[in-house]
Write a protein that binds this ligand. Structure first.
Ligand SMILES: NC(=O)c1ccc[n+]([C@@H]2O[C@H](COP(=O)([O-])OP(=O)(O)OC[C@H]3O[C@@H](n4cnc5c(N)ncnc54)[C@H](O)[C@@H]3O)[C@@H](O)[C@H]2O)c1
Length: 253
């Protein structure tokens, strides 16, 4: 299926995990993709995988919590492809967990920077670019099921991701009349390098997380990518401001 044929796309955090799967699936569906990540080596690997499969990919190395790099990343995409039709903001990293009364403010601030403010910065420049074109565009943010209810000891990340949800809805309401659709996908527990590392560090918590989906398995990055590509495509042409949990039923328990 070539649902994204002719579209130009930007995916952040596309070096590994969910971001990589999104970049690969978008390319498979016909999009030309800028693979953006902090890590040049893994970004190159993703781009190589896309090219080997016959797609068109370029890399851009950026820390998306750095406003100047975000601005340059969007400018690079528009210069390379002539437009920015689709953007997926997947890059995020959580810093620390623990009870609030002992939680370090600097770590809380870092988590907001790396999970929420980065998404705001990406949206700011992506929307600016999309406003320049008559065709509008589609933005998909990656949230988390951690944003949906109280998450003991994971407050900073949960608060940041719930901020992503409201950022998505507020921006959707601001720019719908300009033809820019903005939605979010909320993954459950997905088998990625980030999660594998967390499981290795926290084996007791891992057991519970592995059982958190009613489908009793972890999700695969490609299952998140399918939902992102649906929102990005014209098949979702009348859908904006929505948050879709892709979680094997984790959020209904
Ligand atoms: N894996 C899960 O179970 C899960 C669950 C819920 C939500 N999520 C969300 O999905 C997204 C991807 O998660 P993942 O598990 O694939 O992560 P991961 O840690 O496996 O990979 C994250 C990628 O993003 C890049 N990155 C991180 N911060 C960056 C920054 N500031 N600038 C540029 N690149 C940056 C990293 O280099 C890496 O390539 C994140 O937003 C995460 O919060 C993941």
């Amino acid at each position: 299926m070539a649902e994204l044929e002719g579209k130009s796309a930007l995916v952040t955090g596309a070096g590994v995990g969910i971001g990589r799967a999104i970049a690969l699936t978008m390319a498979d569906q016909g999009a030309r993709v800028v693979v953006a990540d902090l890590n040049e080596e893994t970004a190159q690997e993703t781009a190589t995988l896309i090219r080997e499969a016959g797609g068109d990919a370029h890399t851009f190395v950026a820390d998306v919590s750095d406003e100047q790099r975000v601005s340059a990343m969007v400018e690079f995409t528009v210069k390379t492809f002539g437009s920015l039709d689709v953007a997926c903001n997947s890059a995020a990293v959580s810093r620390g967990s623990g009870p609030i009364h002992t939680f370090d403010k600097a770590v809380f601030d870092q988590t907001l920077d790396l999970c929420l403010t980065n998404t705001f910065l990406c949206m700011k420049y992506e929307i600016e670019a999309m406003l320049e074109q008559t065709s509008g565009g589609s933005i998909v943010n990656i949230s988390s099921n951690a944003s949906l209810r109280g998450q003991p000891y994971n407050t900073a990340y949960a608060a940041a991701k719930s901020g992503v949800n409201l950022l998505t809805k507020s921006a959707a309401a601001e720019y719908g009349h300009k033809g820019i659709r903005i939605n979010a996908v909320s993954p459950g527990v997905i088998r990625t390098p980030g999660v594998e590392k967390y499981f290795a560090e926290q084996p007791k918590i891992a057991e519970g997380l592995k059982q958190s989906a009613v489908m009793r398995r972890l999700g695969e990055p490609s299952e998140i990518a399918e939902a992102v590509c649906f929102f990005a495509s014209d098949r979702a042409s009348f859908i904006t401001g929505q948050l879709l949990s892709v979680d094997g039923g984790g959020a209904i328990k």
